[in-house]
Design a protein around this ligand. Sequence first.
Ligand SMILES: Cc1ncc(COP(=O)(O)O)c(C=O)c1O
Ligand SMILES: N[C@@H](CCCC[NH3+])C(=O)O
Length: 487
Amino acid sequence: MAAAQLSFHPPSSFSKPRTHPLTQNPLFQNSIQPSRPSLKPLVLKAVLSQNPSKPLTQDDPQTVPFKHCFTKSSDGFLYCEGLKVQDVMDSVEKRPFYLYSKPQITRNVEAYKEALEGLRSVIGYAIKANNNYKVLEHLRQLGCGAVLVSGNELRLALRAGFDPTRCIFNGNGKLLDDLVLAAQEGVFINVDSEFDLENIIGAARIAGKRVNVLLRINPDVDPQVHPYVSTGNKNSKFGIRNEKLQWFLDEVKKHPDELKLVGAHCHLGSTITKVDIFRDAAVLMVDYIDKIRAQGFEVNYLNIGGGLGIDYYHSGAVLPTPKDLINTVREVVLSRDLNLIIEPGRSLIANSCCLVNRVTGVKTNGTKNFIVIDGSMAELIRPSLYDAYQHIELVSPVPPEAEISTFDVVGPVCESADFLGKERELPTPPKGAGLVVHDAGAYCMSMASTYNLKMRPPEYWVEEDGSVSKIRHAETFEDHMRFFEGL
Ligand SMILES: Cc1ncc(COP(=O)(O)O)c(C=O)c1O
Ligand SMILES: N[C@@H](CCCC[NH3+])C(=O)O
């Protein structure tokens, strides 16, 4: 059986490949691919009034990559890249919506590219964080590859024009049909378990392709995060433990027509704010790579996964940047002349977006005060699911006499877990006031549901020229009824 034929693309400035045979591998060519036939662009392009005065806290976005694109002016208006969020609210349909800054996404990618200078590297954007098609196209145009966990994420990545040979297929329960598609397309596949390897071999045979595989190692490193987003400790369902490594190497040796072992992968978890944890893992991982190389395998890829946290608290605390992350593993990577793959999701997209809601009313039950908004756990589930903190503020100034109180910010969904924030000090807002939940670009819309038939919200972004475009239509009641057509 022939080895997977990998296409060559000229490198761009994104990653500067050194002269090395491995740079012939397209995973490390950072060209902007010509689009495959793309979906029709979504309608609407409403140019809204520009704010003439620069918001007070806004720094030069070109030089401050991790500054928030959402800033408050001294007179109490929230801006997104110089646009009043209130103006956007007044111009779009009356329902919760996600509002992104496209330039912030660009700045986030640029921060990673800069951090990766001098290394052969690929940024594999974790599509699960946000699967908006327009966002994906933008990230692909900026030079990102993609990390996938389902057949549909793979299909979406292909539609959005990602080069499949710059994509990595992860997951502990990958299905055979999806693996066949991945094998046909030349996607790199991470091996998670014995049955997964068996399925990958089967998929390679069906596709008639030799598959590039990485072993997903469980290094047993504690990422010091919420247990639900911790993935690289020994009790996790993900990855291969040390004692089983030899079995996998022996299996790969037995299947040279189907498998080419090219590297090792680990993913420790998400919301990690201590970069030493990544270095500890990288040190362990190169130890694995040494062991694997000692058996004659030419493994040259180290994939350290994603997981970098962001400043959800807006507390002004100094958190590690992509540069801090990469610098902490740089020497380890160079010491073995490895190609580095990273899989960021949250740190590429979370801070570029907020969920914009309207206040339905304010109530007190005697012991607690509540701000009830039209958004809910259906649109944004992280607070309910992980007790996660996401910063909340009003978009416009309130009358000076408005009392500041401690509120739970809750939605209308019929669950006591339906809260967006607990015990927040806020001025009592009038009915209809705009209220945003920040840092909603990652794991918010992609985890939204239609519970209580709250249909999924529309998405907009502010473009580089300050105009606003709809980048996803709102889901409607009629969309729901279509599931029952013809029954
Ligand atoms: C295998 C893998 N890679 C990458 C990511 C992206 O992580 P994050 O969004 O924290 O960067 C995840 C999610 O935790 C993941 O499970
Ligand atoms: N959904 C999680 C992240 C999970 C990452 C996937 N392994 C969050 O919202 O923070």
